[in-house]
Design a protein around this ligand. Structure first.
Ligand code: AMP
Length: 115
């Protein structure tokens, strides 16, 4: 159900998370099953289920999501070596939690293609 995912519960403080960043529009926290030495999830507080549900009205929100990820990457010391930003969308995209989130992965060499 939109607005009642595990990430909404994290936003409401009903489930604990390791906070990395927080402001009025976004929240970032450590992924519970990290796929890299640094694995942060950045989410808008607005509950958009999938990136494909975003509309033109979400243009600023989506741009801000990437810019926050860049700031966090810099703060965590990833900017020089680089990092990967990932949004999984829907079943084939491998999305598990239907509250839009951006994965920030870093601290190791990434490979391509992704699995
Ligand atoms: P996705 O497959 O893109 O939907 O990614 C969902 C991510 O949420 C996965 O990387 C999970 O490890 C992560 N995750 C699930 N539950 C939690 C939680 N309670 N705290 C932090 N990360 C979580």
């Amino acid at each position: 159900m939109s607005g009642d995912t595990i990430f909404d519960k994290i936003l409401r403080g009903e489930i604990p998370s390791k906070e990395i960043y927080s402001d009025a529009e976004y929240y970032a926290f450590a992924d519970i099953r990290p796929q890299a030495p640094t694995h942060v999830l950045i989410i808008p507080r607005k509950p958009i289920p999938k990136v494909s549900d975003a509309t033109d009205a979400d243009r600023m929100l989506l741009g801000g999501l990437i810019l926050r990820a860049n700031e966090i990457a810099k703060q965590l010391g990833l900017a020089e070596e680089g990092y990967r930003l990932v949004i999984n969308c829907g079943h084939h995209g491998g999305q598990e939690v239907y509250h839009l989130h951006l994965h920030l992965l870093g601290g190791r060499q990434m490979s391509w293609p992704p699995g």
